[in-house]
Write a protein that binds this ligand. Structure first.
Ligand code: HEM
Length: 624
């Protein structure tokens, strides 16, 4: 909360507003200066509020301590009249305070006010020039009573908000998340100047991240240290930056002369996924997998005989789990998780426990020994389920993962590979088949040999990666979308429904809203392919695809198109429908299992937890 100037003696208020530039900003996502400001504020706010809404995580607050006399700072987008407002309360001399804002928070001011008219930045300007710019602006009071706040960022200096200085065990994870969130805005800050401004702001706000990384690296093995060193170099600007390159629809040429092609709309999305002419390859996934948990059949094309050899038994076993089986297991595990002493009412925390229990049931992992039950994504042993399975999934599926996702996706994947290998070795030594339906089928499909044990390890991990982040991502996004009245009305409908069979009741009450939520915000929102043959795609416009071009298959464009036409179809979220002929080679074999688990967890929470607090939508769609 802003400090009220009238309550504190000697507290002054600085307040000024700058007009937002009109027109389109140079960006890859048809943004205006205002729309990219709103996205920036949303990202910064998530950083300031803290991980899962815990305000005590000091993600950015440290930077405020350097502003002389600062008590509170408020930045707001006022629309109307289309202005950016800065309001700070401080002790001491105004000129000294302004200079301190410029020197300590310059990069933050730059990333915000570069969207304003006639702003020349803080970097190459003297304090007098900056003060002159401020005096040329409207004083805050002149903005008028009609001004409406479209977005705002309010923060207390750490000395004022004592809670802000409390350290948290999640601070490191949160700082990595925040850095990745900021990096994602590179789509909107594409000119050379804007890119530099965004990166400087990230480095200013997360100034303590390199030190945190260094401290963590001291605990870690050499590979981890090397990767952290790269990240620190990126942050400090001493290494060639691996800036993300995201090309606009059908227009971008990459350095190698190949293009990134956006595939939008249901017809084209399904055509590329089904790929009856074998125009596309999944081989791009293989390279990503290789640096992480290792290669599995999702990266092989059907023209490769190894695809059938490696996938048949595995996909068949997954397909034997019916929606009803999966529902029963999931609702029981949810009831157990909610009954446990001290049970959390955060849907992410509940689903971490439920998914770990379900994996032990179906895969014998986590075994509590080689792999433990935990939702943490932090890249340190022991291997964690479901935590460590999420970053490799995001890293592989996202067409353009940022550096943070690559880093954590690779590190978590390597930890999984070595620890699941220990589990496989222990099972082989014991000489008895595992208990779980899926682990039993996979152990039988890959008989004992060193090569096969590694393939078995990778396949177990790969299948679990197919299951965990997709179910959890869709679950958390749906619950966040329903938060409030919708969740209340679903709970009411579920509890008062006359159907006695709980699976039937869940099917009737939850399936419709669940499918709509998945269509609105699918996880994964996109997958990608590499073209292997020259061909034409689409008719308006016709795109001439060359071998080497990458196709970003935007699943969300297909599902939202259906939603707009009242068509209830979630098959694109699963990469297609395996029961069709022909079907996309890689269409998910876990459709029924996935839907059953989703219905079961949601039913379990609806019947049990009136105070359940879903995460906010912005966290739900966060990096991992
Ligand atoms: C809501 C739940 C799920 C969603 C949204 C989902 C989504 C997907 C998608 C989009 C693909 C295709 C990727 C591509 O073509 O690039 C896929 C493939 C796959 N999924 Fe799922 N999945 C879910 C649940 C599951 C479950 C429960 C399992 C297994 C336990 C699973 C295992 C797999 C496997 C093994 C593949 C690769 C199939 C192949 O290449 O032959 N998935 N999934």
């Amino acid at each position: 909360m802003p400090v009220n100037a009238t309550e504190t003696p000697n507290l002054s208020l600085l307040r000024f507003g700058a007009p937002i530039k009109s027109g389109a900003a140079p960006s890859l996502a048809s943004a205006t200066y205002k729309s990219r400001l709103l996205q920036l504020f949303e990202t910064l706010n998530a950083g300031w509020t803290g991980y899962h809404g815990h305000p005590w995580v000091p993600a950015y607050s440290a930077v405020l301590a350097d502003v002389a006399g600062l008590h509170s700072l408020r930045l707001a987008v006022l629309d109307p009249p289309g202005s950016i407002l800065l309001e700070s309360s401080f002790e001491g001399d105004q000129a000294a305070h302004l200079e301190s804002l410029r020197t300590a928070l310059g990069p933050l001011l730059d990333v915000v006010f570069c969207n304003a008219e006639a702003y020349a930045g803080t970097r190459d300007r003297t304090g007098d020039q900056f003060a002159a710019w401020v005096s040329s602006l409207q004083p805050g009071a002149a903005l008028g009573a009609a001004a409406a706040t479209a977005a705002e960022l309010t923060c207390l200096a750490p000395s004022v908000g004592s809670a802000a200085s409390v350290a948290s065990p999640d601070a490191f994870a949160f700082a990595v998340h925040s850095a990745a969130d900021l990096e994602r805005l590179s789509n909107l800050y594409v000119s050379d100047d804007d890119r530099t401004i965004l990166r400087r702001a990230a480095r200013c706000l997360l100034a303590t991240l390199p030190a945190q990384l260094e401290a963590k690296a001291n605990d870690a093995d050499q590979a981890v240290k090397d990767r952290f060193a790269e990240v620190i170099a990126w942050f400090q600007g001493t290494a060639p930056a691996s800036e993300p390159i995201v090309c606009p629809a059908m227009a971008g040429a990459s350095a190698a002369g190949s293009s990134n092609i956006q595939v939008n709309g249901k017809k084209l999305v399904m055509q590329v996924l089904t790929d009856i002419e074998d125009n596309y390859s999944n081989s791009g996934y293989l390279d990503r997998m290789a640096g992480s948990f290792g290669r599995i059949y999702l990266g092989l094309d059907r023209t490769d005989p190894n695809y059938a050899l490696q996938s048949s038994a595995s996909n068949r076993a997954i397909g034997t789990i019916t929606e009803q089986d999966a529902f029963a297991q999931a609702i029981n595990a949810t009831r157990d998780a909610l009954r446990a002493p001290g049970a959390s009412f955060d849907i992410k925390d509940i689903s971490d426990k439920v998914l770990a229990a379900l994996c032990t049931y179906w895969f014998d992992i986590p075994d509590g020994n080689s792999v433990i039950s935990s939702g943490s994504v932090l890249p340190f042993p022991p291997a964690r389920c479901p935590g460590h399975f999420a970053p490799p999934s995001g890293y592989i599926f996202q067409p353009e993962p940022g550096w943070a996702m690559k880093l954590v996706g690779e590190l978590d994947g390597r930890i999984l590979r070595s620890h699941v290998a220990d589990f496989v070795a222990a099972q082989r030594r014991a000489g008895i088949p595992p208990n779980g339906v899926l682990s039993k089928a996979l152990f039988a499909a890959f008989p004992k040999s060193p090569d096969d044990d590694d393939l078995l390890t990778r396949t177990l991990i790969g299948v679990m990666i197919g299951f965990l982040p997709t179910v959890q991502g869709n679950l958390v996004a749906a619950m966040a979308a329903w938060k409030g009245a919708m969740l209340d009305s679903m709970r009411h409908d579920f509890l008062s429904h006359p159907e006695k069979d709980i699976y039937e009741r869940a099917s009737q009450v939850i399936r419709g809203p669940l499918m709509a939520a998945m269509q609105q915000a699918p996880v994964p929102p996109a997958v990608w392919r590499t073209a292997v043959k020259a061909h034409d795609l689409g008719d308006n416009p016709i795109v001439h695809v060359k071998p080497g071009d990458r196709l970003f298959v935007n699943i969300d464009s297909a599902t939202r198109e259906d939603l707009g036409k009242n068509i209830a179809d979630v098959s694109p979220v699963f990469g297609g429908d395996r029961s069709l002929n022909p079907h996309p080679t890689h269409a998910c074999p876990g459709f029924w299992m996935g839907m059953g688990v989703l219905l079961g967890i949601i039913a379990g929470t609806l019947e049990a937890a009136p105070t359940l607090a879903p995460m906010t939508a912005s966290r739900a769609s966060a990096v991992f």
